[in-house]
Design a protein around this ligand. Structure first.
Ligand SMILES: [Zn+2]
Length: 296
């Protein structure tokens, strides 16, 4: 497996807690290559990718974890998601004519006015979709996620996120749902918190992951799971787009082809273009899929 773009899960059984380390290079590069974003927005996108990757390590279904930020200021919408298999993508939408501030704290403060954070767990095998929506709290995405878990799942969580120059590294530590047995190591959580607090953003970005994890947790009883690869992935396809267009119905499609010879549909996540012409009409109508009202 590639040395780049992976997540590493560690479980501290005596403490009933876990850690997830995420290391992203090419996924961030792929996302940023598809659209030109102001630096601060690019950094927030990279941080959001770290968060969904870390969250994907805990899901027990086939499907996707998705994070969405909406609020005020220059940034209208930011979406990042990660599948159980490590396929990732993200986009951000700026308000027309808006100028993004050149420091992330201001970008966050503006977003936070009436801002909301939505986390969605979306199983692809027919399981129940689950969604949690909370107001944006704290001075940045790390604090907002910590507040989210405290509020919605009563799980203490600490996050360190660092992103610069197209690289992103993050560590999450989190208490696991309470077990009935008494903890073997009652002070363990405090120790993990203190260890994480010693990590500066520069160290996170510059130290190879395995060295950093050894430095932090070498004295702790722990189970280290095999690293899992992460990569850029968009599940859009010609078939899905056809089903979507087909839903417009024959009359509307005919109208569209009267206006333009070729109808182009572009995936907002990966920028892939799908083209359709008059002769595709029959196939489009056939592929109409009732109830499928979104690209993905
Ligand atoms: Zn796509």
């Amino acid at each position: 497996m590639s040395e780049r773009d992976f997540l590493q899960r560690i479980v501290f059984e005596d403490i009933n807690a876990r850690a997830v380390y995420v290391d992203l290079d090419s996924v961030v590069a792929e996302v940023l290559a598809r659209e030109s974003y102001p630096d601060t927005v690019a950094q927030l996108l990279a941080q959001a990718l770290l968060v969904v990757a870390a969250m994907s390590s805990g899901i027990k279904f086939r499907g996707r974890v998705s994070l969405q930020l909406q609020g005020g200021g220059a940034l209208k919408l930011l979406v990042a998601d990660c599948t159980d298999g490590g396929g990732m993508r993200a986009i951000a939408r700026l308000r027309e004519g808006a100028i993004a501030p050149d420091d992330t704290a201001s970008l966050w403060a503006m977003l936070g006015e009436s801002g909301v954070l939505t986390l969605t767990l979306d199983p692809c095998d027919g399981g129940q979709r689950w969604q949690g929506i909370v107001p944006l709290e704290g001075r940045g995405l790390d604090q907002a996620i910590e507040a989210y878990f405290r509020r919605s799942e009563q799980l203490e969580t600490r996050l360190r996120l660092a992103a610069a120059d197209g690289r992103a590294r993050g560590i999450l530590i989190q208490q696991m749902p309470a077990s009935s047995t008494v903890l073997a190591d009652e002070d363990g959580w405090n120790r993990l918190e203190h260890l994480l607090a010693t990590v500066a953003a520069s160290e996170l970005l510059e130290t190879p992951g395995r060295d950093l994890l050894d430095r932090l947790f070498h004295a702790e009883q722990r189970r280290v799971f095999p690293a899992r690869a992460l990569n850029f992935y968009c599940p859009c396809s010609r078939e899905r787009v056809m089903a979507l267009l087909g839903n417009l119905g024959a009359a509307e499609l005919a109208g569209l082809f009267q206006i333009q010879e070729v109808v182009e549909v572009r995936c907002q996540f990966c920028n892939q273009a799908y083209n359709f012409a008059q002769e595709d009409m029959g196939e489009l109508i056939e592929s109409a899929a009732p109830g499928s009202d979104s690209l993905h």
